[in-house]
Write a protein of this length. Structure first.
Lengths: 333, 210, 333, 210
């Protein structure tokens, strides 16, 4: 395992200290229990948005704390959901009297920990709404299983809900918008290489030099299918086909296209993927009116990418375009 | 013979030691069908739990188990944190104020713990989760009738072991392993494995000979 | 070689098409000869800034085209300097009558190609000034060699000169500021893994699982020294020691600290590096007042990082803070 | 015997073929002390140059060499693009309007090309660059006196070969390899290697037997 770290045990602490040292103008980092909160929190009268999850997905979620996006983020250990006490403290720190929205990616651990936190916060008189994102079409949707994973749509939901909250919308409205984004968005990912958590020191799976893994999540877990490496065009078809059929996305639809790097894939390749995606959607009469290309929801140093499509309407487009001033996403501000 | 507060403490120490010893084994199991952190997480949690136990005095079994549960909830994270946390908090709740438990009392408290896991995780037996070790253990305890504590817990540990092994062919329907669909079959569930360690430690704490 | 590409021969073309598809609101992509230019070029009366270099360093330089930074960027093949005709066409496309600054990284190829382009442009009556960046302290400085490589400082110079040009400064003043930035900034980099150019298909060097390469450049070339992997703290000391001694940076100095990822290293590690850097500089009484952390001048999928320090004065700080609206760097706009 | 326009064309075709054949060898040499693109770049460039040559008519050696030079400048990039480009443009300049060159004429034109490389790259012999193959070749041509063209170019190719091999122990002072300092010793310079191919092709084009 080759990493720029001091020791597997101090990864989270060292990273948080780095964020604190770098971004004290934007955020405040609390260490015990750990969470990252807007420097100006709580914003009185504004719905606050809290998210969180295991570390190793940077810039998600800490990088999205800031005006127009998250009020707080709770980082767990690498690939491990944070704990209810973190979420409770973060919720208390950002509550400006208008209630707090928890945006939770659909993983058993995240869901249960946020659930416990919401119960505790409600017990302390804070209004909490929770929305679970579950956009990964690589996982079969079913009532009898843990269901689909929350992946790329989470980033878009955090941006869009952050803008809605900034506009002064009420908790239930912001939560509705979040559910709407989750409804209208789908994702799928693939890996060229596995990744290694600092604690484990070795990868969860191995791939031959000519193999790729299709339908991976963001936790270094194996995907649904292993196959021979293909061209960017073929890979885009493999990922995007199931996405457009799922919602479904139809001719004439306007979408936000999000090409996400898993952490170890350079930008030059992501643009090649975007180019293929743009051709693929063109061929189906689906119009990309907004895009996001880069490493936004990663899986440590994994090489690979994921594609997320979100159907846009006037409101979602407006909220996407609204100013955002977080560490990792910034425009109009 | 009944289960004293000292035995419960011993149970927790043994469980922590088992988890530490099997840390990379659990992580490896989790790597195959999950995200490779179960051993690390449980080890971090049980270390914290022992710290809390050592700091606490008194001989209230319920209070001690609740302290363990709260330590796990706030330090394990992931799926196992709330599940084991809930298990110990519910078991502690059921044993509140007691400084010893006879087999019936232990079984009742254990039952409350398992119910907590079911309520939190909504899994059913056969879903390839820790419940596949916990539930058979509970059944064994219930069937123990008036046998002595050591024998009963020995049989419960045995049942947990069988339940753990039975997870190998299962296709996961809950937790992270469910994302793999059919590919999850052929691997032993890490949570069921740590649950077996929990029962094994309990049996050893009361002197059962496995 | 595992890459999200269609074929080694089409990497540059496919990437440029992707950029064109994604960012037509900001930039115009010309394909023959290839260059990327601000959508609103030429800006009349403003000094224009052109840079360029081999591809594989994304987002540099194409990602820095936009208001407040570059007017045009010329991408060469992967790790190969672009050619004079590209630079000439880009220079003509951005000249708004106030002259054009070429910012050139000090590599024999880049320098010679830009030199030929400048001769051609001057022959066509365009005023051209050229500034060469050479900030890499891993290379011994000498009159008798090719000298030091241009690396991280280039990104900072492009941002700062872009702001100066936007303010309406004259060509010679913008060029002076560029030389000043180059004087006041130094860098050094390291690699945990090599990288593979699409055309070569295999790495230029290999590292054992416990080895790292210190003093690497940004072209997958081996560095000055190979050694056993160390902790983030030790690596930061190895890179930053030579930097602070070179300028030198002294107690009381104010700096911009730039922790750059080489492409395959995840953000979580870069924050750990930044944390160590911040402690290291603290210990010497050097104050970080601005920072940049992320993948900004990369070497394909190489894992590793580089550190750049730039001594700030009031003018440089102001120009750094000025609005920028490029693809990859964006604030205040 | 003198060097005709056809021989020059043949020279360029042979050089292009040598570069294509040695593409990965050159790239590998460049990988060791540079950035691993010399073969790819020269191959792309010489393919473009041949296209231009094939499109052009007339028998002006100077015009043909200039066309090659301009093709290289606008398609090779890196250090080799301007250097080889300048070489051919300067050599072409010196041979402008000529449809044949005798040995003295060829030597004079070759000299102009080498001077162009020196002016553009500011390298000196011993810096571990293409000059370490080109300069000995030029010296050999100069010393050829009134020997025939084939013999002279044969000796020039031989000199380039020796010059190329002599780059192995050198510590690079110019180009990308100079970044390696002492670590650049022990590797053959890719540019000197392609320059040897250039001379080898010239010798073969005029029927020298190496
Ligand atoms: N819904 C559930 N009910 C009961 N147990 C579950 C459930 N989901 C997961 N588990 C158990 O949790 C274990 C995984 O724990 P752990 O690896 O610590 O958490 P995570 O999956 O969040 O990384 C699984 O092996 C399984 O036994
Ligand atoms: N200043 C120089 N003068 C003469 N030749 C040089 C000079 N710098 C580099 N070279 C030659 O160029 C070769 C490298 O060419 P190439 O790999 O195509 O360019 P780059 O180094 O830009 O990738 C070197 O092997 C060397 O022979
Ligand atoms: Mg986990
Ligand atoms: Mg796990
Ligand atoms: Mg090159
Ligand atoms: Mg080269």
């Amino acid at each position: 395992m080759k990493k720029l770290i001091n020791s597997p045990d101090t990864v989270l602490q060292d990273e948080l200290e780095g964020i604190a040292a770098a971004h004290s103008d934007r955020v405040r980092v609390v260490f015990d229990p750990p969470y990252i909160v807007r420097a100006d929190a709580p914003v009185q009268g504004k719905v606050a948005i809290v998210s969180g999850g295991g570390s190793g997905h940077e810039p998600m979620h800490g990088g999205y704390v800031g005006r127009g996006m998250l009020d707080a983020a709770c980082p767990g250990e690498v690939f491990t959901s944070p704990t209810p006490d973190q979420m409770l403290e973060a919720t208390k720190a950002v509550d400006g009297g208008a209630g707090v929205l928890h945006i939770v990616k659909n993983y058993t651990g995240d869901v249960m920990n946020f659930e416990m936190a919401a119960e505790l916060a409600q017990g302390e008189g804070i209004e909490v709404a929770s929305v679970i994102t579950n956009d990964d079409v690589a996982v079969q949707d079913s009532l009898y299983t843990a269901g689909r994973r929350g992946v790329g749509v989470t980033v878009l939901a955090e941006k869009i809900c952050g803008a809605a909250a900034e506009e002064g919308k009420a908790l239930e409205d912001v939560a509705d918008i979040c559910r709407h984004v989750n409804d209208q968005g789908r994702s799928m990912g693939m890996a060229l290489t596995p990744c290694i958590t600092p604690a484990a020191g070795e990868p969860n799976f191995t791939l031959a030099p000519d193999e790729m893994e299709i339908g991976i999540g963001i936790h270094g877990e194996p995907g649904r299918e292993r196959m021979k490496l293909e061209s960017a065009a073929q890979i885009v078809e493999r990922l995007t086909g199931p996405i457009v059929e799922d919602v479904p996305f139809n001719e004439g639809d306007e979408v936000l296209a999000f090409v996400n790097g898993m952490g170890g894939t350079p930008l030059i390749e992501l643009y090649i993927v975007f180019n293929e995606l743009s051709k693929f959607l063109d061929g189906r009469g689906i119009r990309i009116s907004r895009n996001l290309i880069g490493n936004y929801i990663t899986s440590l140093e994994m090489a690979g990418c994921s594609i997320t499509l979100l159907r846009l309407d006037d409101e979602l487009r407006r909220l996407w375009d609204a100013p955002v001033d977080s560490i990792a996403l910034r425009w109009g501000a | 013979m009944s289960i004293t507060h000292d035995a419960v403490r011993d149970w927790m120490e043994r469980f922590a030691a088992e988890v530490a010893e099997n840390r990379s084994y659990l992580t490896k199991l989790d790597g195959a069908i999950g995200d490779g952190d179960h051993g690390t997480n449980m080890d971090r949690g049980m270390k914290k739990a022992l710290e809390r136990l050592q700091a606490a005095d008194g001989d209230d079994i319920g209070a001690s188990l609740k302290a363990v549960g709260m330590a796990l909830v706030s330090s394990v994270g992931g799926a196992a944190g709330p599940l084991y946390g809930t298990f110990f908090m519910q078991m502690g709740q059921a044993a509140a104020g007691r400084s010893e438990l006879d087999l019936a009392g232990f079984t009742e408290a254990f039952d409350a713990g398992v119910q907590g896991v079911v309520k939190r995780g909504k899994a059913e037996p056969g879903d390839k989760t820790m419940l596949d070790a916990l539930k058979p253990a509970l059944d064994a305890l219930r069937q123990a009738g008036d046998s002595d504590v050591a024998a009963a817990l020995g049989r419960a540990a045995q049942a947990a072991h069988e339940g753990m092994e039975a997870t190998v062919p299962m296709v996961a329907r809950k937790g992270r392993a469910s994302y793999l669909g059919e590919r999850s079959a052929g691997h032993q569930d890490p949570g069921a494995t740590s649950s077996h360690l929990l029962l094994k430690s309990a049996a050893e704490a009361v002197g059962a000979t496995n």
